[in-house]
Ligand binder design. Structure first.
Ligand code: PEP
Ligand code: MN
Length: 264
């Protein structure tokens, strides 16, 4: 059902009026993890000032170590909702447990399924059974075929509001946190009718590569870019090395906007 052979025209994902995949790129910014109301609100204000519509933030954090900050859980979703209401933004947040999908729908506008859960089939089925857009991230070691099949799990349950997100894959290369598979973007666009995003933060793990990779993503046809922003990355409870501060966020956005491909 996700195949372009079955449906030649692009699927537009509607996130509270923001039309993803309609030709002009969508940006998703926000902290790695929700830490406090003040932290999220500071980022929301910077997003709003740019005229953008979406904010991201993790409340349920799938961390490599059980001793690392695990996120604020439901409390985090409540903070996101409060900020989103105050700044009129739509919220993207990761859900890790199928049992949380329904209740999460009361707080968020887009269900993110993270790389580590790309093949959590019960989670995919649960996300397919609700009427909420889903941002599905590519697994750390998933082939494009496996990625497409994961999306098929969601759409086969009745939910076609799916955004695919390339976020880097694990290779032998250590210069970046993961290896951004930029050619996955046109392949996914050819093989499916779904919008495709690139997460420049988790793919590179390097602040100095965010601007060039975001430009590359848009140049190669991505429908959107995701990147992490934190008011004070040095004290962030997760992904401290790669989040942009608010000034870097301004510079990033200005620079990337200049190279947005002009649509005919
Ligand atoms: C995230 O976007 O918050 C995240 C944890 O990314 P990924 O699942 O791609 O590692
Ligand atoms: Mn992160």
């Amino acid at each position: 059902l996700v195949s372009r052979k079955k449906k030649p025209e692009d699927t537009i994902v509607n996130i509270r009026g923001e039309k993803v995949g309609n030709g002009s790129p969508t940006f998703v910014f926000g902290p790695c993890a929700v830490e406090s109301y003040e932290q999220v609100a500071a980022v929301a204000e910077a997003i709003k000032n740019k005229g953008l519509k979406l904010i991201r933030g993790g409340a349920f954090k799938p961390r490599t170590s059980p001793y690392d900050f695990q996120g604020l859980g439901l409390e985090g979703l409540k903070i996101l909702k409060r900020v989103a209401d105050e700044y009129d933004l739509a919220v993207v947040s990761e859900i890790v447990n199928p049992a949380d999908i329904e209740v999460a729908c009361d707080y968020i506008d887009v269900i993110q399924i993270g790389a580590r859960n790309m093949q959590n089939f019960e989670l995919l089925k649960a996300a397919g059974s609700v009427k909420k857009p889903v941002l599905l991230k590519r697994g750390l070691a998933a082939t494009i075929e496996e990625f497409i099949n994961a999306a098929e799990y969601i759409i086969s349950r009745g939910n076609d509001q799916i955004i695919l997100c390339e976020r880097g894959i694990r290779t032998y290369e250590r210069a970046t946190r993961n290896t951004l598979d930029i050619s996955a973007v046109p392949i996914l666009k050819q093989e499916t009718h779904l919008p495709v995003f690139v997460d420049v933060t988790h793919s590179t793990g390097r602040r100095d590569l965010l601007i060039p990779t975001a430009k590359a993503a848009l140049a190669i046809g991505a429908d959107g870019v995701m990147a992490e922003v934190h008011p004070d990355p040095a004290v962030a409870l997760s992904d401290s090395a790669q989040q942009m501060n608010l000034q870097q966020f301004d510079e990033f956005y200005q620079e990337v906007l200049q190279t947005i491909p002009v649509k005919a």
